[in-house]
Design a protein around this ligand. Structure first.
Ligand SMILES: NC(=O)c1ccc[n+]([C@@H]2O[C@H](COP(=O)([O-])OP(=O)(O)OC[C@H]3O[C@@H](n4cnc5c(N)ncnc54)[C@H](OP(=O)(O)O)[C@@H]3O)[C@@H](O)[C@H]2O)c1
Length: 298
């Protein structure tokens, strides 16, 4: 009962105390489920994705990391074997089509951030939606169409609790007729990822889709996007390793996981708190149609 109240408070659930309380019931990840497997982790050079990469390597997996810049990768993984880097800006849709790719046992769609100024991508998206939703969708589709994911492979979207306050909206995604609001754009992109996770689970039965939010994690992205919040939270922010836990757990569960669910601290969670954030079927299919239209052009 007390646990439920703390969970409802959000502040004592998404923070590090929430992690410790939930982790009382966690068992250690089984390294044998990862050893010898090959994972692709977008934004795996630092932060939460970096912690996913480190844990996968420690459990004997091979990892391919993508990010725009090599510097963080070099700093965090210099001299390590079994890990390689592919430069990729997910808002560069042409580059996604020519990215050298291998074959993978699992995919983590993690890259993200909240840039303060928008750059127009493909004449219609801001960087947040362009990279995190469209770019990831194009990468995933390329992997599927080229048969580069093992049957039954886990595909994990790293979303955010920020989407709870937001209803999917698909107008003016490039912020050309509104004043840019990075928090609003981010929440919309994360809502779109959650919606896509459910839709793709229905469409691609031979992959296992999952989506999670990592809680509030003390990474570069958070400090840059929300410095005031980062300062206020201080040591209550989760570590990158704690933020990575549920992502790794979903990968470990593999085909035991019901495809298309949203997870937080290894528990399936609802995707809606407020009735007004419920999107219609028409919105859902409009999102997919829009993504397919971009795909057809690249
Ligand atoms: N930190 C939190 O509290 C929190 C909470 C909820 C959700 N999340 C989500 O967790 C994920 C990881 O965030 P983080 O906090 O770990 O951030 P981070 O430390 O800033 O790491 C972000 C990673 O994504 C890469 N990246 C960013 N934009 C990219 C782009 N356009 N194309 C390709 N790669 C890109 C970055 O490398 P380059 O800059 O070199 O490209 C870096 O590797 C994000 O999806 C974020 O939205 C974080």
């Amino acid at each position: 009962m007390f646990d439920k109240l703390l969970d409802l408070s959000i502040a004592y659930s998404f923070d590090q105390t929430g992690y410790h309380r939930h982790a009382r019931h966690f068992s250690e990840l089984n390294a044998a489920k990862f050893a010898g497997k090959h994972f692709l982790v977008t934004g795996g050079s630092r932060g939460i994705g970096g912690a996913v990469t480190k844990a996968l390597l420690a459990m004997g997996a091979e990892v391919t990391v993508t990010a725009r810049t090599r510097q963080d990768f070099e700093q965090n993984f210099a001299g390590q074997t079994q890990v390689s880097f592919q430069p990729l800006d997910l808002s560069d849709f042409k580059a996604i089509q020519t990215l050298p790719l291998g074959h993978y046992d699992g995919l983590v769609l993690n890259a993200g951030g909240m840039p303060s100024t928008p750059t127009l991508v493909d004449g219609q998206f801001d960087t947040i939606f362009g990279a995190q939703v469209v770019g990831h969708y194009l990468l995933l589709n390329r992997l599927i169409e080229e048969d580069r994911l093992q049957p039954g492979a886990p595909v994990h979207w790293v979303a955010s609790g920020g989407m709870y306050l937001h209803k999917l909206q698909l107008d003016d995604l490039g912020w050309q007729s509104r004043t840019y609001d990075k928090v609003n754009s981010y929440a919309n992109a994360k809502r779109a990822q959650v919606v896509l996770n459910g839709l793709l689970a229905q469409r691609c039965k031979n992959l296992v889709f999952s989506c999670s939010h990592p809680g509030w994690v003390g990474t570069d992205a958070l400090a840059e996007a929300l410095p005031g919040f980062t300062n206020r939270m201080g040591k209550r922010l989760r570590t990158a390793e704690q933020g990575a836990d549920t992502i790794l757990w979903c990968l470990e569960q593999g085909q035991q996981l019901k495809s298309g669910l949203f997870w937080f601290d290894r528990q399936p969670r609802g995707t809606r708190v407020f009735f007004w954030t419920k999107e219609s079927d028409a919105d859902r299919f409009a999102l997919l149609a829009m993504l397919e239209a971009v795909k057809a052009r690249y």
